[in-house]
Design a binder for this molecule. Structure first.
Ligand code: ZN
Length: 52
């Protein structure tokens, strides 16, 4: 699965790790994230993430 990085703060979304603190279980691919998902660090929305 591809990792994505926030273009605002550089936070990396790793599908293998998910974002358990935000209810995203490990193994959740980027394309399967809820539409309202935003960067846990800076709050940027999905469109501001790019493929790493
Ligand atoms: Zn961010």
């Amino acid at each position: 699965m591809t990792r994505y990085v926030c273009t605002i703060c550089g936070h990396q979304y790793n599908p293998g790790a998910g974002e358990p603190a935000f209810g995203i279980v490990p193994g959740t691919d980027f394309s399967s994230l809820p539409k309202n998902f935003c960067c846990p660090v800076c709050g940027a929305g999905l469109p501001l993430f790019r493929e790493e």
